[in-house]
Design a protein around this ligand. Structure first.
Ligand code: COA
Length: 460
């Protein structure tokens, strides 16, 4: 029943509300055939599921097909940041601690930094990596939220009030605000989570300051852990995860959202909050949390991890909307662009395996691998697919975070902490190119009606 009954409204008002719900449903329904008749690009896709071209970017390239004898064929996915294959970037960062900071520099300024440029950039970010006691006390600690994406969004919107020049949409001002957000978001996310645990789970509240000698990945672990300690592999894995989540083209839902709102001329805090709203959705960044919840359910329903028939039956139950959240989606599977593989998933999976060996959790890792294979087969059997289906970046990220001791509530905020680099680069690209306001068309398919006076209307 509706929340309204919780507000202790009378039974009569409850019935009125139920009637309004029915009318709302009926009024919102559109004949599905009209979408075909008017050739509507639903989800901004063409009839083959390909995204319609709505912009140009030099920030990143998401590749999923190759040309074989003039024919377009599905291929293993590749992701390029400013022309560099992200796999090469991660291999290149192997012995360095600031992979995420280096990638952020690349995304924002279009080139790989020299050692001096990187040092100076890291210094700038570190200088901004603080939150005033007043902000922590008056904003982060107040009205704590069970969902940390909403908490993050609220805090970022409130940063507007602490900015002496919040509305100017010029390159220097937007860059300044972007760097501040990149530096501050890890603190806001960790502190919001700690405050919520304190007020709702009676945990002791510890606010650890960032260590100015540490990278962003190291600081997230340091600030989260009661003893502030972590291993080199743990910090490396989190740094790689941040790089892999930092950017993904202009068409992904949260980045496109940023383009849309930026094109209206709004401020950086509003644009970022809008992107966070989008990323929270379970079909986008929120999928990493859903994957973890789905696996918790799998462990309960299929205690024998090796029983492939039981796992398949469970996955088919998900697709038939009979089990788990009844959405019909196997989270962590599928992608709007990738076909044979998502390169971010491939890389994260290799780190998940390494970490599971270090932590004695290989049985758990093998369950994920098995479900990945069986889910791909089940979706192919049960759905109308435009292209091959593969696991996406969210499939293993939750497993990785859980092995790093990161609480589930922070899975999607970690995605946001990384993706702020990409959102900022795209917002700046939109500002630099002074794009037209984004305004696609919606066709009206209702009818025009004559106004009727209140007293003359019929019905209950
Ligand atoms: N579970 C069940 N069905 C799926 C699916 C999944 N994980 N992924 C795709 N499908 C279905 C689609 O619903 C669609 O069916 P329909 O034609 O009957 O509507 C069909 O397969 C083709 O989908 P496709 O065009 O390849 O994907 P999309 O662009 O519509 O959706 C996602 C892409 C990512 C939204 C979708 O794969 C999804 O919801 N995945 C689960 C959530 C997730 O992991 N999101 C993180 C993305 S990084």
């Amino acid at each position: 029943m509706s929340n309204i009954s919780m507000m202790e409204l009378s039974k009569e008002l409850d019935e009125q509300f139920d009637r309004l719900v029915t009318e709302c449903r009926a009024s919102g329904e559109i004949d599905q055939e009209l979408y075909t008749e008017y050739d509507v690009k639903r989800g901004l896709r063409d009839a083959n599921g390909k995204g319609v071209l709505t912009g140009l970017t030099e920030i990143s390239d998401v590749c999923s097909y190759k040309s074989v004898e003039g024919k377009k064929m599905p291929a293993d996915g590749e992701l390029y940041f400013q022309g560099y294959n992200v796999k090469d970037l991660i291999d290149g960062f192997e012995n360095r601690r600031y992979g995420f900071e280096e990638s952020t520099y690349l995304l924002l300024f279009g080139r790989l930094p020299t050692p001096k440029q990187l040092r100076s950039f890291v210094r700038i970010v570190k200088s901004l990596q603080e939150l005033s006691g007043q902000f922590v006390r008056d904003v982060v600690m107040k009205a704590t939220s069970q969902n940390q994406m909403n908490a993050l969004q609220r805090c970022i919107l409130t940063l507007y009030c602490y900015d002496s020049n919040p509305d100017e949409v010029s390159v220097p001002n937007v860059l300044r605000q972007s760097l501040q957000l990149i530096a501050k978001m890890p603190l806001i996310a960790v502190y919001s989570y700690c405050a919520w645990r304190h007020f709702h789970a009676d945990e002791t509240l510890v606010i650890r300051l960032p260590d100015k000698e540490m990278s962003i990945a190291e600081n997230i672990l340091q600030m989260l852990r009661p003893d502030g300690k972590f291993t080199e592999l743990e910090a490396k894995v989190l740094d790689v995860a941040l790089v892999l989540h930092a950017e993904h083209g202009g068409g992904n839902n949260s980045t496109f959202t940023n383009h849309v709102v930026t094109s209206s001329g709004t401020d950086t805090y509003s644009a970022t909050a809008a992107s966070i709203a989008s990323l929270k959705g379970p079909r986008h960044g929120g999928a990493n949390l859903k994957v973890q919840q789905m696996f918790a359910d799998i462990r309960k329903c299929c205690p024998d991890y090796e029983d492939e028939a039981a796992l398949t039956a469970y996955l088919e139950g998900v697709l038939d909307k009979k089990v788990f959240d009844r959405s019909g989606l196997i989270y962590g599977m599928g992608h709007a662009v990738y076909t044979l593989s998502d390169p971010r998933e491939v890389i994260l999976k290799s780190y998940a395996r390494r970490l599971s060996e270090e932590k004695g959790l290989t049985r758990e890792y093998q369950l994920y691998e098995r479900v990945e294979r069986l889910a791909g087969e089940a979706i192919a059997r049960k759905r109308h697919l435009f292209k091959p289906i593969c696991a996406n970046v969210d499939f293993y990220s939750g497993l990785v975070y859980s092995m790093l001791g990161i609480p589930e509530e922070l899975y999607t905020p970690i995605f946001a902490i990384a993706r702020i680099s990409g959102w900022s680069a795209h917002r700046l690209e939109e500002v630099v190119n002074n794009g037209k306001i984004i305004r696609p068309a919606y066709k009206y398919v209702g009818e025009h009606r004559d106004y009727c006076d209140l007293d003359e209307r019929e019905g209950e």
